[in-house]
Design a protein around this ligand. Structure first.
Ligand code: RIB
Length: 315
């Protein structure tokens, strides 16, 4: 995230691509209820694509490995990625499955509910990943999530490890993570729900967070950045633990904030920042994103991040 830097950080993202349909609504519905919403916004989403887009907007040279359908949404998505300067040549088209879609409800308190129909994302396979071997080996950081089959993530991380490339896992959506995948993850960026799913223990208090992060280290992870929403971020690596307070902003839509954080963290780590400094920068990127509606539509540019000052009313 450094304007003066001559070599751009290289990030390869292996993961999901969705079209997001965001419904703004006064409140979230209860079963069987029908009522009027405020507005509908269509944009590009998917955890993998979101991370790729934020990294590209922050100046990284990004390759995206994904699966989309053979439909209009696929064309719109690929055009949008190209517009952000992302290398799309490793995106394959599935024959029978549509491009992934997400229905997102966001209420006046910025709470959300998301339903994802995976479609073509479910067909991302180890062979797709092998076709992008050169982009993985040339990267500074390879990022995977859990919205596409785990086989794809394992293959990507094996190729990356063999080439000494830093591997970063966002274990989202929350689910059990195998020892094999965790041991292949140099960095792990969970939220509280996700780290609880991995460790099998409730994570509520600060002490729970510390213990859960230490558990990930014992299972082979070298850098943990635990995002805790309004409570900030906890980082843990060989140099110790840091607490980064939450950046205070008025949130209107928190969808994709975790992806904004991860993409930005990868860029800063690729630039050589220590984990806690990288997480502080990434927290600003995530904070800017929650002040706007949508996922990729809410991600800032590098200039915007560098010029960002905390709004007076939130100080
Ligand atoms: O993390 C936010 C993302 O989750 C949305 O963009 C949606 O597509 C789902 O994948």
């Amino acid at each position: 995230m450094n304007n003066a830097q001559t070599t751009r950080p290289k990030i390869t993202v292996v993961g999901s691509a969705n079209v997001d349909l965001t419904f703004r609504t006064p409140r979230l519905p209860v079963p069987g209820e029908t009522f009027a919403g405020h507005s509908l916004h269509q944009g590009m989403g998917g955890k993998g694509a979101n991370q790729a887009v934020v990294a590209a907007r922050l100046g990284a040279d990004v390759s995206f490995v994904a699966r989309v359908g053979n439909d209009g949404f696929a064309t719109q998505a690929i055009d949008a990625y190209k517009n952000d300067g992302i290398n799309t040549k490793f995106i394959r088209h599935s024959k029978d499955q549509p491009t992934g879609t997400a229905a997102i409800l966001v209420d006046d308190e910025a709470e959300n509910c998301i339903i994802v129909v995976a479609g073509a994302n479910a067909e991302l396979c180890a062979d797709d990943v092998r076709s992008a071997k050169t982009a993985i080996e040339a990267a500074d950081v390879v990022i995977c999530q859990l919205e596409t089959p785990v086989e794809a993530a394992i293959e990507a991380f094996k190729i990356a490890r063999a080439a000494n490339v830093l591997t970063m896992l966002t274990p989202a959506p929350a689910k059990l993570v195998t020892d094999e995948l965790l041991a292949l993850s140099d960095a792990c960026v969970p939220n509280k729900t996700e780290i609880a799913a991995i460790t099998g223990k409730a994570v509520e208090t600060e002490a729970d967070c510390v213990l859960a992060a230490q558990t990930l280290m014992q299972r082979g992870v070298r850098q943990v950045a635990l995002t805790m929403g309004g409570e900030g971020v906890l980082t843990l690596d060989h140099s110790g633990m840091s607490r980064i307070p939450a950046t205070q902003v008025k949130a209107v839509d928190t969808t994709g904030a975790g992806d904004a954080f991860t993409g930005a963290l990868a860029v800063s780590l690729a630039e050589g920042l220590p984990l806690s400094d990288a997480a502080s920068r990434a927290a600003i990127v995530a904070a800017i994103s929650v002040t706007r509606i949508g996922t990729q539509t809410s991600f800032p540019s590098l200039d915007e991040v560098n010029g960002w000052n905390q709004p007076e009313e939130t100080k």
